[in-house]
Structures are given as C-alpha cells and as structure tokens.
Design a protein around this ligand. Structure first.
Ligand code: GLN
Length: 245
C-alpha cells in the first residue's frame, strides 16, 4: 500500500526526505520494506505538499520517473512537508487527482490503506456529507472520500486529532477490516493514525517526522503501535495507544 510521511521543524530541502535519506520516499516507492500484503511497489503516482500556502505537486507517474523532481526537491525547502507515493487499490483509477496529498485551505491529507467493501460499505457514511462535497470529490476513490469526511469535520472546527478519530471510528464501524492509516497537517501540527499499516515516528528536539517506514537508521525511530492516534508539533509528540481498540 501507499507510503507517506510528514515533517515539521526547521526548513529542510524536500530532497532530504525523498532522495537523500537511504530509505527515503523515492527508495520506498520501489523497495518498501513493510507493505503487510497490500501491494509490492508504489508506482501509481506521488504527491508533495509543503508550506507556506501550502503548495501541492501531484502526479500519476512513479516518483522515480519524474525528471524534474530531483531538481525541484533540492531547490525547495520547507519547515512543514507532507509527501506520499501511491499503490492504487485494485479497481481504483490511476490518475493525478487520486494521489495524496489531498488539499484544501491550510490542510494536507493522506491515506494509506483501503476501505473494505468499497463502495457499498460506506454509502451511508458518505450520505452525511453535503452533496456539493460528494460531486466535487478529487477522485472516485476511498481515499478521496475519507478526505471529504475529514475536511467536513475540520470545517466545523474539529482539531486535527478529533477529525481523524471521528472518521476512523465511523468508517471502521461501517466497513470492518478496513486499513485506515491517515496523516493530516495544517503546517503547525500534525495528526496520524496507525490502523492496519506500519507507522513510525522520529522526534529529535525541535522537529518531528512521521513516516510509514523509517527513512534512515537513526536509533531514535519508534514504531507507533497499531490502533493508535498520534498528535504532534515540533516540540511534543503524544501517542494515544489503543485509541481505536
Ligand atoms: N486505497 C487508496 C488508493 O487506491 C490507497 C492505496 C494505498 O494505501 N495503497 O488510492
């Protein structure tokens, strides 16, 4: 399944997370270590989002095949970055707008996993959304629907962590067996859910990096236990273990 990561801290070149780290996102796109049976490589598109603004660059091609990307990533620095590579779930289209990050206003979002029983399992959950949101989904995929559900909660003032928790709870109840690793940032803080897929966090003083797989062999990486909610900013990481047990 897809691989994603989010970084908050002092500005760094995007290339540090993609290409320079020994197991950066580029390496994870063709040699992931921990896919848990959900695909083998992540070649169905990629996306980068970085603050301020934020700016989003997405593509339906494999990350390693974009000739402009190494230069762009080396020349662009940011203190708040979310990036993802995609392995499309069977039956879902391989198009640019299905690649994370999904973006609106100050928010960037990514989903690693699949909604079981898609689409029938979640029609009732989806029916709670405004019609406008449904007819303007980024793509006809489970991840795009999850983003619309998260965004609806954010718009009513929910915190990042509460928005993710609420969506995971309702989708997991409607579609048991789903894998719902979610990642969300507003550029100042981030929230992440481990729900069926791997997730790790590295938090040296003054920064935080959450990733599907550690991008290097720094001994500070910690595995986030499954069924947990993580909320972090550059100065603190809080993990609610068993939040979805
Ligand atoms: N189900 C989502 C999609 O197809 C995410 C896939 C994944 O995590 N590999 O886009």
């Amino acid at each position: 399944m897809c691989r994603h990561l989010a970084y908050l801290g002092p500005p760094i070149p995007l290339s540090r997370l993609l290409f320079d780290a020994p197991h950066g996102l580029a390496h994870q796109s063709w040699a992931p270590r921990d896919m848990r049976g959900g695909g083998t490589i992540n070649a169905d598109g990629f996306g980068l989002g970085w603050f301020p603004s934020p700016v989003v660059y997405r593509s339906a091609r494999p990350l390693w095949s974009d000739p402009a990307l190494p230069g762009l990533a080396a020349a662009t620095s940011s203190g708040a970055i979310l990036a993802a590579v995609r392995s499309a779930t069977v039956g879902m289209p391989v198009i640019e707008s299905a690649a994370a990050p999904f973006h609106d206003g100050p928010w960037l979002f990514s989903h690693n996993g699949r909604v079981a029983g898609w689409p029938d399992s979640v029609t009732e959950v989806a029916a709670g959304l405004p019609v406008r949101d449904l007819i303007t989904l980024d793509a006809p995929t489970d991840s795009a629907l999850l983003w619309a559900l998260v965004r609806a909660r954010l718009r009513t003032g929910a915190t990042l962590g509460d928005a993710l928790s609420s969506v995971v709870t309702s989708v997991a109840a409607a579609a048991p067996g789903s894998r719902l690793n979610l990642l969300l940032t507003d550029g100042r803080s981030l929230a992440a859910v481990a729900f069926g897929h791997a997730l790790s966090v590295l938090s040296p003083p003054g920064s935080v990096l959450v990733a599907s797989e550690p991008i290097d062999d720094d001994p500070g990486w910690r595995a986030v236990p499954d069924l947990s909610l993580l909320v972090a900013d550059p100065s603190a990481v809080h993990i609610s273990e068993g939040a979805f047990s």
